[in-house]
Design a protein around this ligand. Sequence first.
Ligand code: ADP
Ligand code: MG
Length: 378
Amino acid sequence: MAQRVAVSEVGGGRASKRTSRVRVAVRLRPYMEEQDEKGEGPCVRGLGPQSLEITNWRNATETLQYQFDVFHGEQSTQQEVFLSSVKPILPHLLNGQNASVFAYGPTGAGKTHTMLGSPEQPGVIPRAVREVFHLVREQEREKGDWEYSIGMSYLEIYNEKVLDLLSPGSQDLPIREDKERNILIPGLTYVPLSSFSHFHTHFIPASLNRTTASTKLNQRSSRSHAILLIKVVKSQRGPPHRQLTGKLYLVDLAGSEDNRRTGNQGLRLKESGAINLSLFTLSKVVDCLNAGAGRVPYRDSKLTRLLQDSLGGSAHSVMITNIAPEYKYYFDTFTALNFAAKSKLIVNRPFVRETVSSSAPVKRPSDEQASAAAGEPQ
Ligand code: ADP
Ligand code: MG
């Protein structure tokens, strides 16, 4: 039996009652031969519905095993990911509560596949919007005393600027907070939606407005955070004419890769700094929420400021961390897993002995970063 040589664990148990934890799912995309020029095979594999293991490059006789709220293996379908990680939070929108789903991970690991998908394999976004329409129609049939309206906005955060994807060419938009602590973006286009197909005709062309540029890692790497907002407004037909609004943010984050390795310079390096600020702040916010500790640093970046009323608090949030199994992603996978993990174990069992050699990667992720992200006890 595998001998445990090191253990660290935190759970959601310490989270305060007022603050919802962020559920963390990890999705491993299938192994792709063309992403593995050296023919080394995969370095990550699933162990069960909540866990996976990855080669420990520091010690070839060990694997690192990680546990999450949910693990979606390489065989998992778009439908399974939606059913287990996203569908359960959607009914809250009809009660005036907020929710957010975001895809995190390095470029090429499957964020856009998970969120947007393709016509043959639609992802979380089309499935969630379809389901919201379904839930609203069902409520309208069952209880006639409330009426509902659904609408969308679509924006991106690029270089710490908030840009309206439904109004291309618009300037950086301000983020404001009202007296009820709702986050607002004055001037952002809002499109009322009459049906799912109506959503489709607005969303698909707008998604092509996204700023993309090539990097060494991926030809169409996404350098910005793409944020789709779906609002459900529920109004009482009779007195006292109460109104409740539920907001759902569906976010395809910029790549989490270490930009020092992707050959970015000049403007690209400036973008990298902005991306890193938002993602670094997001990781701090998620850590704070899940530890139930201290001041949550929402104001430290545009992304977290925007998500402030829909991440933590009474909101329902899910982070889907996308990872790739090939060795060339090893360090970015390792960093992403340490961010996502509830617990980490080092087990003295080699992953695939013959593929771990002295020519293994030489760059060492900082211990501080790894242990902080793994949530080791203070
Ligand atoms: P990212 O948005 O994180 O950069 P993509 O979603 O573009 O990554 O995925 C990279 C490539 O891998 C794409 O060709 C995509 O179709 C494919 N891919 C990603 N995840 C899966 C999956 N679960 N099953 C099949 N193909 C996938
Ligand atoms: Mg993408």
